[in-house]
Design a protein around this ligand. Sequence first.
Ligand SMILES: Cc1cc2nc3c(=O)[nH]c(=O)nc-3n(C[C@H](O)[C@H](O)[C@H](O)COP(=O)(O)O)c2cc1C
Length: 451
Amino acid sequence: MLQAKLKTGFPPLRIGDLEIPVPVIQGGMAVGISLSGLASAVAREGGVGVIAATAIGMLEADYFENGREANARALSREIRKFRAATTGILGVNIMMAADDFDNLLQTCIQERVDMVFLGAGLPIRGIPVKELRQAGIKVVPIVSSPRAARLIFSYWQKTYADIPDAVVVEGPLAGGHLGFAATELDSKENRLENIVPAVVRELAAFRRKEGSAIPVIAAGGIFSGADIHRFLRMGAAGVQMGTRFVGTRECDAHEGFKQAFVTATRNDIRIIASPVGLPGRALAGEFFDRLKRKVAGPTRCAWKCLRSCQAEKAHYCISLALNAARKGDLQRGFAFAGANAWRVDRIVPVHNLIHSLAAEYGLAVEDLVGRLRGEYEKAQVRIAALRREYARVRDAALAEMKRKYGRLVAEKSECLREELSALQKRLSTIRTEYLAHASRLRAMVTHLSMQ
Ligand SMILES: Cc1cc2nc3c(=O)[nH]c(=O)nc-3n(C[C@H](O)[C@H](O)[C@H](O)COP(=O)(O)O)c2cc1C
């Protein structure tokens, strides 16, 4: 049974027919940082565990001879290890920039993973949508702008008569390769708190088959349960976290890699220019000093595993550097890390991490409920005061009207009374006069008839 079924207080994340009890996706972390060990631990807790496929073959002895084969083989093996460890939900992260992207996607189809996360490029042309659907796989693109989200969804609708199942919105505070130009990283417009609601608005026009909205998943700089609560309130249906999961016992990297996060200070977090042509966020270290002195090597390229890679220009191979770091060698390699990596202060089991996030989330909910209750009570007091004020103003207005117009009404009715009595007097005079004339007339008639 999934641990998370013991109540966490989190609202579940729904992606199609999948219900994910803990709305946390563990971000895919190549090269070998998130394998079946970390992914299965996260899935066991009720989140989505993600194996990163890109350059996963570096775990294999024959990577330099048979790179593609080694990648597919290692990916299959890790997927099967995951399935043997848990019945939880499994995702695989593949960089669109990977030269063997199609092959890795085919491996996911053969192994029938639950979902694929496609980043570092737009998953539009040549996606085997039918095959993915037949294998029951959900597709989740990773984007950094509402424009990219619209482009993907419109293209899919037109070309495949289908749309992706959810979308991860990764902001500029994330670790690893970033979807922004280095100069755009600090712009207000690109803050995660701005792009998440913008993507939610952008995707409101697209509906899943069963009619529900596309779940938007926020990523990049999310560190605490309070952060999760904040982004869910902004319209996200879930979050993706990478950095926090490096600081776990089950993370598949060497202990030295994790300790580099624990000892890092704020100043150790850098933006680097990756040979792939994208900026990336990483931990500073000896590797970069050696790179400056052009002694970081080796630059041996196995098979140009990333399409846009310019390893010769950069004077190093990023896959080799990341693989060295995975093994704890931070002289020959470096660690990708999110902007909040300096806040990781210990290595904890995934179970503890999820439960502390849930506890913080619960506190944030309680805090919000407390604030809303306070606001409600204040509003009630104000309404009562306004009611009293209204009654006072109404009574004062009535009194003023009486004072102002009362005399006028009295004077006017006095005039009318006088006019009425004058008329009555006049009537009585007319009547007397009439009666006098009538009796005179009668006397005349009597007189004439006697003649
Ligand atoms: C060590 C490391 C490696 C990463 N590798 C990948 C990757 O291969 N593919 C990818 O889409 N994102 C990668 N990321 C990004 C994460 O999946 C995640 O979206 C991001 O780190 C979230 O921000 P956070 O670290 O602040 O939580 C990596 C991040 C880190 C820290």
